[in-house]
Write a protein that binds this ligand. Structure first.
Ligand code: ADE
Ligand code: ZN
Length: 334
């Protein structure tokens, strides 16, 4: 099964570039910039990556991102991610970045964009990986802050495909961002949002109705509301599910309890993604392998997940069709 997973052309649709900052690069960048950290080795960082809920992770993730200062840092980070997922058979990726995590520390929006965009262009040339960028607003900050961030993004409209919503979910309903999302849509951005990771099914409804999202990030708590599941299936709203993230953040107690196969069986469009691979123990290939094993998925399930990743992407229809044909042509070992 591992060889089949590797051979399938796949898209990754839920990846926070700041969450791909591996301990080795984190320590090297801290040294480069003379930043003191409370951790002096990769092992000490790995030991700190033990979470009981989303907020535990976010606290350490925002601190880690503090070593990203110049455009070359963002370039290196993005390049390393692309090289890593190239080895997993990823042919297209849609990458979140959190500009407020950087602009709030005095790093200019232009610096972040410069490094990431250059790496994505070089990645397409050198590795053949196509990409889209998704600007994600931090939901623990105000809507006014998000409005300022959207203003900063307008000159980069050609390079940013969509806006999203991430960070602490509890007490931060999508509805709080209705106006800024409406303006983003009127400026030509697609919209997505994290919802139903830790938050209730009602947040998924708000993301659909108030933010008019075309995908839900995570969304696994939809299972508590069968009407909502039926709606997600009939409207073919994809969920970008992140299995290793869900077990690391205790959304599910173990992989065997994950609900993604049940959601697939209800007709939902499920995709597999890594979220923050440097913190959650694996890139997209490892996520596929973990669910294949824990949920006893067969070749048809795995192929359906790879197909969904392409169908749910922002690629043009002709490119989707071409990748789907490639997926169907991959030989199975049986
Ligand atoms: N930011 C990075 N990863 C996240 C996640 N899993 N949920 C919410 N915000 C995030
Ligand atoms: Zn996420």
């Amino acid at each position: 099964m591992a060889a089949y997973i590797r051979a399938l052309p796949k898209a990754e649709l839920h990846l926070h570039i700041e969450g791909s900052l591996e301990p080795g690069m984190l320590l090297a960048l801290a040294e480069k910039h003379g930043i003191e950290l409370p951790y002096d080795s990769e092992a000490a960082l790995q030991e700190a990556y033990s979470f009981t809920q989303l907020q535990d992770f976010l606290d350490i993730y925002f601190k880690g991102a503090g070593v990203l200062l110049d455009a070359d840092d963002f370039y290196q980070l993005t390049r390393a991610y692309l090289e890593r997922v190239h080895a997993d058979g990823v042919v297209h990726c849609e990458i979140f970045f959190d500009p407020q995590t950087h602009t709030d520390r005095g790093v200019p929006f232009a610096t972040v964009m410069d490094g990431i965009s250059r790496a994505l262009k070089d990645g397409e040339r050198d590795l053949g990986i196509s990409s889209r960028l998704i600007l994600s607003f931090l939901r623990h900050l105000s809507e006014a802050d998000a409005e300022k961030t959207l203003d900063e993004a307008l000159p980069y409209r050609g390079e940013i495909a969509a806006v999203g919503l991430d960070s602490s979910e509890h007490g931060q309903p999508p509805e709080k961002f209705s106006r800024v999302f409406a303006r983003a849509r009127s400026e030509g951005f697609l919209t997505v949002a994290h919802a139903g990771e830790e938050g209730p099914p009602e947040y998924i409804r708000q993301a659909l109705d108030d933010l008019k999202v075309v995908r839900i990030d995570h969304g696994v708590r939809c299972e508590e509301d069968l009407d909502l599941c039926r709606r997600l299936a009939s409207e073919k709203i994809p969920l970008t599910v992140c299995p290793l993230s869900n077990t690391k953040l205790a959304v599910f107690d173990r992989m065997e309890s994950h609900n993604l196969k049940r959601l697939m069986d209800m007709g939902l469009v499920i995709t597999i993604n890594s979220d923050d691979p440097a913190y959650f123990g694996g890139y997209v290939g490892a996520n596929y392998r973990a669910v294949a094993e824990a949920l006893s998925l067969d070749y048809d399930d795995i192929r359906a997940l790879a197909r969904n990743s392409i169908t749910a992407s922002f690629l043009p229809e002709d490119q989707k069709k071409a990748w789907l044909e490639c997926i169907d042509a991959v030989a199975r070992p049986d």
